[in-house]
Design a protein around this ligand. Structure first.
Ligand code: ADE
Length: 242
């Protein structure tokens, strides 16, 4: 059982993505507990203020330390659901700030997080976080890619999805995560399903041959070609490039 906390100003944004498919099943089967906390509930003034102008000037508002850190403290003190409380160990939570300034999220980090017991994701809105939030929380900064979104909610959902599907028992077929793109440093090979002929486009003969050795060879070759074409950066890093 892994517990994932999300600190956000928009808890409702998570309702639908967490209510379907693999994540829904993983929650029902007790593989993951996902807890949403609203940072605004921890604002102290009567306006429920959570952001303020940036020192030094510049456009945009910055998330203030106090509401975020109070929310984090509250969440860290709260424990697992009773049923799993006895299975806890003493590992500290991984605390992650979602920001475009972070290190890039990838399948390797997803695997690392899937082995944790507790992850706390902090999703900001506005122009970013007061730097002292990162320092005080001992948080790592993570970005899901080189583009700027209007908040950390979608990135938090991306991370939750990528992590939960890696939890043992989350996928129907244990093999399906092992063959995923990136799991061996390459993109996945192309796939085909019925019909054999779609508007004159035929399924490659080898896939119909029943020759598993040949199929495996073809898939490896296709994975290499696709990676070389679409992701030369990955191809050059892979051991297959030399
Ligand atoms: N917040 C805004 N853009 C982001 C990104 N690309 N990754 C993570 N958090 C973000």
């Amino acid at each position: 059982m892994i517990r994932i906390d999300v600190l956000t100003l928009f808890t409702e944004m998570f309702d639908s993505p967490l209510a379907f498919s693999i994540i829904k099943r993983a929650k029902q089967n007790g593989l993951v507990e996902i807890v949403l906390s609203n940072i605004r509930d921890f604002a102290k003034d009567s306006y429920k203020k959570v952001d303020d102008k940036s020192y030094g000037g510049g456009a945009g508002m910055v998330m203030m330390c106090q509401p975020v850190l109070d929310c984090l403290e509250y969440v860290q003190k709260s424990t697992f659901a009773k049923a799993t409380a006895d299975k806890q160990d003493s590992r500290p939570a991984r605390i992650i700030l979602l920001t475009p300034q972070g290190k890039k999220f990838d399948q390797r980090l997803a695997k690392e997080l899937a082995a944790e017991q507790r992850i706390i994701l902090i999703a900001g809105h506005y122009e970013g976080f007061d730097e002292r939030i990162r320092i005080s929380a001992g948080a790592e900064e993570v970005s899901i890619g080189d583009y700027v979104l209007s908040g950390g909610e979608l990135p938090a959902m991306v991370i939750i999805d990528a992590v939960v599907r890696l939890l043992p028992g989350a996928l129907g077929d244990e093999d399906s995560a092992a063959n995923d793109s990136f799991s061996d440093g390459l993109l996945e090979y192309p796939q085909y399903t019925r019909p054999e002929d779609f508007n004159g486009l035929k399924v490659p003969d080898v896939l119909l041959s029943g020759n598993h050795k040949e199929i495996e060879k073809w898939r490896k070759q296709q994975a290499l070609e696709k990676t070389k074409k679409n992701r030369p950066d990955l191809f050059n890093k892979s051991k297959n490039s030399d």
